[in-house]
Design a protein around this ligand. Structure first.
Ligand SMILES: Nc1ncnc2c1ncn2[C@@H]1O[C@H](COP(=O)(O)OP(=O)(O)OP(=O)(O)O)[C@@H](O)[C@H]1O
Length: 446
C-alpha cells in the first residue's frame, strides 16, 4: 500500500513530527457490519477487548486479535495470537503486509482496510537519548516523546518489549526524569524469585510470619516509598497474587505477611513484560482487571531489527564505553565492522549487540599483520559446546563461515556478483543462491 509521503519527518522550530496516513477500517460482514473507524496513529489494536482501539462485538473475535501498524508506507497486519486466526485476502497470516483495499477475516467478521489520503501528525522527540537510552530512529523518537509526556505524572506504566530492548533502562530514565528522581528506584524481577516468596518480597513480612521470618522485613513497595518501583517480567506473577497487586495499586496500601494492618505507600509502578500481557489475558494466564489497571499507558519498545538505523550509533557508543571500562586503546572498529553488524537480525536485541561489540573489540581488533577483516563479530569463535549435538554444531559453523566468506567477497568486489563468484571459485548461480539463503543484498549488484 503505497502513499505519496515524501518526507515523513518534518521539523518545525523546536518540534519534530511524523506525518502518516490515516487508516480506515470498515466492517463489511459480521455482527458489527456497517461500522467504520478512522485509526489515526502508528498502530491500532482490534479485538473484542474493551481496551482495543477498534472494539468488535463478535464473540468469535479474540479480545486482542489483530494489530495494524503503519510501517514506512505500508500497513502491516499482525495476528496477536488469536484463537481463530487471521486471514488476509484469503490467506491465513500471522504477520504480513496489506494491499490497498485488502480484506481481513477475523472470526465471523470481515474488515476492509483503506489507507486514506488524509494525514495525521505524530509528535517525535528531538532528542537522541533519554537517560541511558540512545536512539535517533523514528521508532525511538516516538518512545522518547511518550516518555517525556508521561514522566511528570504518577500514572502506572506498562513497558512491553522483547528481551534486551531496554525495558529497564526506559523505566530508570522515566524515574530520573520524574519529580520522584530524588527518591529510590527499586527493581524487582518477578521471574527471579520463587513463587512462594514473591508475596513477602513485594509486600514485606512481620517477624514470625512464617518459618525463617526471624526479623520484620519491608517489601519492595515500602522500599520504593517516595520513588519508583520497577516490576520486571510481570507476566510471571502467579495468578493468585495478582488480586493483591491490584489492591496495592488501587489503594496505595500494602499489608505485610503476618500483619493485621496496612501501610501507606507512595510509589509509582512501572511494570515490564517480554510477553504480550494482552495475549496472556486472552489465554487466562493474567487477570483482565489487573491488565487494564496496568496498561493505562503502554510503552512498546521496538526490537532492534525494526530500527536498524540506530545500530551505528549504538555500536560506537558501546565501543567508547567498553574502551573506557577496560582502559583499552587500539584502533577504532572500522566502518565495515559496523556494516557487518547491520546484516544481522539481533534476536537478543541491544544486549546481544553490546556483547557482539565487546567480542569484536576483544577478539577481533586488528593486530599488526593480522588479516584485514579480523574485526568481524566473533569470526574465530566456533562456539563449541558439548551440549550441542556435533552434527548441528558443524552445520552452524559451516554456515557461519560460508556466510561470512560470501559477504566479504561481495564487499571486496563492490557487490559485483560475477566477480565475487570468481574470487570465491564458485559459479555465479551458486553465489546468487547463497546470497538468497543468507538474505544478503547490496545496492550495486550486477
Ligand atoms: N536504547 C538504548 N541505548 C543504549 N543502551 C541500551 C538501550 N537499550 C538497552 N540498552 C542496554 O542494553 C542492555 C539491556 O537493556 P535492559 O536490561 O534495559 O533490557 P530489558 O528489555 O530490560 O531486558 P530483559 O527483558 O532481558 O530484562 C543494557 O546493557 C542496557 O544498558
Amino acid at each position: 500500500m503505497r502513499n505519496d509521503q515524501t518526507d515523513p519527518m518534518e521539523q518545525e522550530p523546536g518540534a519534530l513530527k511524523l506525518r502518516v496516513h490515516k487508516i480506515r477500517v470498515e466492517v463489511v460482514k459480521g455482527p458489527d457490519a456497517g461500522r467504520r473507524a478512522e485509526l489515526a496513529g502508528l498502530e491500532a489494536r482490534l479485538g473484542s477487548g474493551r481496551d482495543c482501539d477498534f472494539v468488535l462485538t463478535d464473540t468469535t473475535v479474540s479480545r486482542h486479535h489483530l494489530l495494524l501498524r503503519i510501517e514506512r508506507d505500508a500497513i502491516r497486519v499482525v495476528d496477536l495470537g488469536s484463537r481463530n486466526g487471521t486471514r488476509l485476502d484469503g490467506i491465513e497470516v500471522r504477520d504480513a503486509f496489506a494491499r490497498p483495499d485488502s480484506l481481513i477475516v477475523i472470526g465471523g467478521t470481515t474488515l476492509r482496510l483503506c489507507m486514506l489520503s488524509g494525514m495525521v501528525e505524530l509528535p517525535l522527540s528531538t532528542r537522541e537519548s533519554f537517560g541511558r537510552m540512545l536512539g535517533r530512529s523514528i521508532a525511538m523518537r516516538r518512545v522518547f516523546s511518550l516518555l517525556e509526556r508521561i514522566a511528570p505524572s504518577d500514572s502506572t506504566v506498562l513497558i512491553e518489549g522483547e528481551t534486551g530492548t531496554g525495558k529497564e533502562v526506559a523505566a530508570e530514565g522515566l524515574h530520573e526524569a520524574s519529580p520522584r528522581a530524588d527518591g529510590p528506584f527499586v527493581v524487582f524481577d518477578c521471574s527471579a524469585v520463587a513463587p512462594t516468596l514473591i508475596e513477602s518480597a513485594l509486600f514485606g513480612h512481620e517477624k514470625g510470619a512464617f518459618t525463617g521470618a526471624t526479623v520484620e522485613r519491608p517489601g519492595v513497595f515500602e522500599q520504593a516509598h517516595g520513588g519508583t518501583l520497577f516490576l520486571d517480567e510481570l507476566g510471571e506473577l502467579p495468578l493468585e497474587l495478582q488480586p493483591k497487586l491490584l489492591r496495592a495499586l488501587e489503594s496505595r496500601e500494602v499489608r505485610p505477611l503476618g500483619s493485621r494492618g496496612t501501610r501507606r505507600v507512595d510509589v509509582r509502578v512501572v511494570a515490564a513484560t517480554s510477553r504480550s500481557l494482552a495475549r496472556e489475558v486472552d489465554r487466562g494466564r493474567f487477570r483482565e482487571d489487573l491488565y487494564y489497571r496496568l496498561s493505562v499507558i503502554t510503552l512498546r519498545l521496538p526490537p532492534l531489527r525494526e530500527r536498524m538505523e540506530d545500530i551505528a550509533l549504538l555500536v560506537r557508543h558501546f565501543e567508547k564505553e567498553l574502551r573506557v571500562r577496560s582502559q583499552a586503546r587500539g584502533t577504532p572498529l572500522p566502518d565495515e565492522a559496523v556494516e557487518a553488524f547491520l546484516s544481522q537480525s539481533w534476536p537478543g536485541n541491544i544486549r546481544e549487540l553490546r556483547n557482539a561489540v565487546e567480542r569484536a573489540l576483544l577478539l577481533g581488533n586488528p593486530e599488526p599483520g593480522a588479516a584485514s577483516h579480523s574485526w568481524a563479530p566473533a569470526p574465530g569463535a566456533l562456539g563449541v559446546s558439548l551440549e550441542e549435538p556435533l552434527l548441528s554444531g558443524r552445520k552452524r559453523v559451516m554456515e557461519a563461515y560460508e556466510r561470512e566468506y560470501i559477504e566479504r567477497a561481495l564487499h571486496e568486489t563492490g557487490w559485483n556478483i560475477s566477480r565475487a563468484a570468481a574470487l570465491a571459485g564458485v559459479g555465479r548461480k551458486f553465489m546468487q543462491q547463497a546470497m538468497t539463503r543468507y538474505g544478503l543484498r547490496g545496492d550495486s549488484e550486477d
